[in-house]
Design a protein around this ligand. Structure first.
Ligand code: SF4
Length: 365
């Protein structure tokens, strides 16, 4: 019996690793093949710094080496399913993943800044009342490659679109997917990765305490935003069921213990959290934690049963915070002519697909 058949070489997804791990894997691989050491830099550069859609595009490498790389380290992709462009320059992408799940990213240009809002999970288990993703429920965690891949795909389409800022405010709760988010943060920030400054990368969380503790241990200057949205436990519970598990008081204590400045995110919802008394309580909480407040208008269409606070009321609310010495910014609603609130595009695309399937079924019956 012939037992000499060689075992198949397993393909490795380098994009799912941190740049240092990927470099190590490439260095081992090139050494085994007796390739010169400079090939390592050439190969690693093509992962994130000057990404290629496939190794065949890395024309500085010999043809035979490109073919070997294709077999050993195939480059997985996210497929762009929808790209929407708003009149205000905001762009929204729906990415189709290998298992047919879909996630969204939003690119928001503003002067010389290009902020990309990225997703960390397909769907979300937390069911915040004002969020289209929450109503979808949880589908699965994204891998590190699928998170940082949202940046990679953008750069592949146009290198000038490399974001200057990243916010983890797309689909999902990043701190419920910490191992992948941890690795993706390294890819986004590392020199061998996308080289985006840590101060320009913000993780936004409802306050998952174990994840917050892990995030706080990272030595880089990554930013933390807490999705607060309410100033009393009762009010928060009505908007965010996570209050049952990680209550307001515990989240505030964790935010106060964070070594760097924290931002409170506060979505304004008519009649729910936009009164003067809410502003006064919010000012107190922000002072206690030393937090900035970022006020967000509720995106119309994000939650059909809730109404956005009027612009006038938002301005008065922000002024009341500032009069109490709190630094408060009001984020402009962007992409109102596209489905820019997180989860809306995927929901709408799925509805359209369902309608199309039903129509096809009706026609063929
Ligand atoms: S707001 Fe964030 S945490 Fe809440 S349901 Fe939506 S995606 Fe999940």
């Amino acid at each position: 019996m012939n037992t000499s058949t060689s075992s198949p070489v397993l393909a490795v997804n380098l994009l799912d690793r941190t740049p240092a791990d990927a470099r190590q894997a490439v260095a081992d691989w090139t050494r085994q093949r007796g390739l010169p050491a400079y090939r390592v830099n050439q190969i690693v550069r093509r992962l994130w710094r000057a990404p290629v859609a496939s190794w065949s595009d890395a024309t500085e490498l010999p043809l035979a080496l490109r073919a070997e790389l294709e077999a050993a380290f195939p480059i997985p992709r996210l497929a762009v399913e929808v790209e929407q462009r708003s009149a205000d320059g905001t762009r929204k992408y729906l990415w189709r993943l290998a298992d047919a799940e879909a996630v969204e990213s939003v690119l928001i240009p503003s002067g010389s800044r290009r902020t990309l809002c990225i997703s960390s999970q397909a769907g979300c288990a937390l069911r915040c009342a004002f969020c289209a993703t929450g109503r979808m429920g949880f589908r699965r965690n994204l891998s590190a490659f699928e998170i940082a891949g949202q940046v990679r795909e953008l750069v592949l389409r146009n290198p000038d679109d490399l974001p200057t800022n990243i916010v983890f405010m797309g689909m999902g709760e990043p701190l419920l997917n910490w191992p992948a988010v941890d690795a993706a943060l390294t890819v986004l920030n590392a020199e061998d990765g996308f080289g985006i400054g840590a101060r320009h990368i913000t993780v936004s969380t409802v306050g998952i305490l174990p994840g917050l503790a892990a995030f706080a241990r990272r030595p880089e200057q990554f930013r933390l935003a807490i999705s607060l949205h309410a100033t009393t436990p009762e009010q928060r519970l009505a908007l965010m069921p996570i209050e049952k598990k990680y209550d307001l008081e515990a989240v505030l204590a964790a935010a106060a213990a964070f070594r760097r400045r924290v931002t409170f995110e506060y979505v304004m919802i008519a009649g729910q959290n936009d009164r003067d008394a809410d502003a006064d309580r919010l000012a107190k909480l922000a002072r206690r934690v030393g937090a900035l407040v970022n006020i967000l208008p509720l995106h119309p269409g994000g939650a059909p049963d809730l109404a956005p606070t009027s612009g006038e009321r938002i301005r008065a609310f922000a002024a009341r915070l500032r009069n109490q010495g709190i630094e408060a910014t009001v984020r402009r609603s962007r992409g109102l002519d596209i489905d820019a609130a997180c989860g809306q595009l995927r929901t709408r695309t799925e509805k359209a697909e369902r309608a199309e399937r039903m129509e096809r079924g009706r026609r063929s019956s």
